[in-house]
Design a protein around this ligand. Structure first.
Ligand SMILES: Nc1ncnc2c1ncn2[C@@H]1O[C@H](COP(=O)(O)OP(=O)(O)OP(=O)(O)O)[C@@H](O)[C@H]1O
Ligand SMILES: Cc1cn([C@H]2C[C@H](O)[C@@H](COP(=O)(O)O)O2)c(=O)[nH]c1=O
Length: 209
C-alpha cells in the first residue's frame, strides 16, 4: 500500500458482517465532533454508480472481477473524497476498507497476497480498527437485522469471517499499519467508539495510543 503525508487522520473500521461497523462509525463521528477539526464519516463501497455495482452485485460478481471492482471504487473514493478531506486536516472514518478485501475476496478464493497486490496503490490508513465478536453473537445480529449480501447469507459465514479477520489483522500489523482489534461481543457501540476516539486523539497529539 502507498504511504501518504497529510494533516488529517485516516481511520478505517472493518469486521465480520453485522459486527457493528456502521453503528460504531456513527458513534465515533459523533464523539469526535468535540475535536477542533472536521470529521468525515464515509463507507465502502461508495454511494456512487461504481460503488453500488459492488454493493448490490455480490450475487453477480465474485473472485477477481469483484476484487477489481472494489479496488476501482476504492481509488475513486480516495481521489474524490478521502484525500481531499485529509488534506483539509479532517479525521476520516471509513466503514470498510482494505481489511474487508483481505477477508471477503479471500472467501471468494483469492489469496491474501493477490488481494494485497491488487490494492498496492491504495493509501495506508493511519489506524485500522478491526471489530470482532463471537460467531454466535454475529449470527444473532444478522438474523435480527437481515443479511446484506451473498457473503452474509453463506452458511458459517460469521465463523469464517471472524477467523479470516485474525489473519487480516496480522497481515496489516506485519505491514506496519497500526491495527487495533476490539471485541464487540459485549461492549456497547458507545464504549467501542470511546476506545477508538482515545486512540485517534493520542495519534494526533503524538502520544502512544
Ligand atoms: N456493540 C453492539 N452490541 C450489540 N448490538 C450491536 C452492536 N453494534 C451493532 N449492533 C446491532 O447489530 C446490528 C448490525 O449492526 P451494523 O449494521 O452496524 O453492523 P455492520 O458491521 O455495519 O454490518 P454489515 O457488515 O452488514 O455492514 C444492528 O442491528 C445493530 O443495532
Ligand atoms: C469494502 C468491501 C466491500 N465488499 C462488499 C461486501 C458487501 O457485499 C458490500 C458491503 O456491504 P455491507 O452493507 O457493508 O456489508 O461490499 C467486498 O466484497 N470487499 C470489500 O473490500
Amino acid at each position: 500500500m502507498t504511504d501518504t503525508h497529510h494533516d488529517g487522520v485516516f481511520v478505517t473500521l472493518d469486521g465480520p458482517g453485522g459486527v457493528g461497523k456502521s453503528t460504531v462509525t456513527a458513534a465515533l463521528a459523533e464523539q469526535l465532533t468535540t475535536l477542533d477539526r472536521p470529521v468525515l464519516a464515509t463507507r465502502e463501497p461508495t454511494d456512487t454508480t461504481l460503488g453500488n455495482l459492488a454493493r448490490h452485485g455480490t450475487d453477480t460478481y465474485s473472485g477477481l472481477p469483484m476484487a477489481h471492482l472494489i479496488a476501482a471504487d476504492r481509488h475513486l473514493h480516495l481521489a474524490t473524497e478521502i484525500r481531499p478531506a485529509l488534506a483539509r486536516g479532517a479525521v476520516v472514518i471509513c466503514d470498510r476498507y482494505i481489511a474487508s478485501s483481505l477477508v471477503l475476496q479471500r472467501i471468494d478464493g483469492l489469496t491474501i497476497d493477490t488481494v494485497w497486490e491488487i490494492n498496492r496503490h491504495a493509501d495506508r490508513p493511519d489506524l485500522s480498527v478491526i471489530l470482532t465478536a463471537h460467531p454466535e453473537a454475529l449470527d444473532g445480529r444478522l438474523a435480527a437485522r437481515g443479511a446484506h449480501s451473498r457473503y452474509e447469507r453463506m452458511p458459517g459465514s460469521s465463523k469464517a469471517e471472524a477467523e479470516f479477520y485474525v489473519d487480516a489483522a496480522n497481515h496489516l500489523t506485519a505491514a506496519g499499519i497500526r491495527t487495533l482489534v476490539l471485541d464487540a461481543t459485549h461492549a456497547t457501540p458507545t464504549e467501542l467508539a470511546r476506545t477508538i476516539a482515545a486512540t485517534v486523539t493520542a495519534l494526533r497529539t503524538g502520544g502512544t495510543p
